[in-house]
Design a protein around this ligand. Structure first.
Ligand SMILES: [Zn+2]
Length: 191
């Protein structure tokens, strides 16, 4: 069987895999996907959409933390002895087995990636959102304190806090266009 080498952790994967089974990094696609620059016609109701996104994303984040902690503790149980980097890979791998997963009607968790230097990334798609309808700065300003507070206070995040993980929350729109990335560093959630 043909193999694909993961660019992130150098592990061998089968060409059928979309994500690295060890670290969760997205593997190169075998099919060539053509760029589609046709942007669908603009919708009305920008500000309604903004409020809707903020609410939906907040629910998505909370739902995700529950999913995350279930996957995380399953991994902890299966692999009791591990180093930090292996922890991250195990967590990513555990979560990615359940991905892609809709965390609410608008938000899909596509996968997670264990990155070097204790960086752990969640990749989301807002499946009904068009980049042109979203004010990304407002979204960032609204979301960042909510996520920081969750990381600070959630008992399920104790392991991540103790080990000083940096947490990236990456959002794409329905066309796969990058919307925003929230980078939550340890000093942002430290007591
Ligand atoms: Zn990998």
């Amino acid at each position: 069987m043909d193999k694909v080498i993961c660019k992130n952790c150098s592990a061998e994967n089968t060409t059928r895999s979309k994500y690295c089974k060890y670290c969760g990094y997205e593997l190169p696609k075998v099919e060539i996907v053509s760029e589609d620059n046709n942007i669908p016609e603009k919708k009305n109701g920008k500000s309604d959409n903004k409020k809707k996104i903020a609410g939906i994303v907040a629910i998505g984040v909370i739902t995700f933390f529950i999913t995350f902690s279930i996957a995380f503790y399953s991994v902890q149980y299966l692999f009791p002895n591990h180093s930090i980097d292996n922890d991250m890979m195990s967590v990513a791998s555990g979560i990615n087995k359940t991905c892609p997963i809709m965390v609410d009607s608008e938000t899909r968790l596509d996968n997670t990636i264990a990155l070097p230097d204790k960086v752990f990334q969640y990749n989301y798609t807002l499946v009904n959102m068009d980049k042109s309808d979203v004010d990304t700065l407002s979204m960032k300003n609204y979301l960042e304190p909510i996520i920081i507070n969750l990381v600070k206070s959630s008992p399920q995040m104790e392991f991540q806090r103790d080990n000083k993980w940096t947490l990236n929350y990456c959002y794409k729109d329905k066309n796969g266009l990058h919307l925003l990335m929230l980078v939550i560093k340890p000093e942002m959630y430290a007591e």
